[in-house]
Design a protein around this ligand. Structure first.
Ligand SMILES: [Cu+2]
Length: 88
């Protein structure tokens, strides 16, 4: 489980997935013709609040978590999660 704690003064979100996919989704959401919709791979928190996301990493690969509030991703609000296969 991932807990997003917003200690800042503006809204933030956390979207998780393969980088290409979440960037494509961010562009889609930035289009004013797109009706708001919610995905299971994203949570958001207002200032002083927190949100929880339960996420299962299905395969070993690199995932990215990022915030797509306007300008945030561009400002570097992202992190990389490397999932590696378990060795037996
Ligand atoms: Cu943000």
């Amino acid at each position: 489980m991932i807990i997003l704690v917003n200690k800042g003064g503006v809204d933030h979100e956390l979207v998780i997935g393969a980088e290409k996919e979440i960037i494509a989704h961010a562009k889609e959401m930035a289009n004013p013709n797109t009706k708001g919709h919610h995905h299971t791979n994203e949570i958001s928190a207002k200032p002083g609040q927190q949100a929880e996301l339960v996420w299962t990493f299905k395969k070993p690969r690199q995932y990215v978590m990022a915030c797509f509030e306007p300008g945030h991703y561009e400002a570097g609000m992202k992190g990389v999660i490397n999932i590696v296969a378990q060795k037996h």
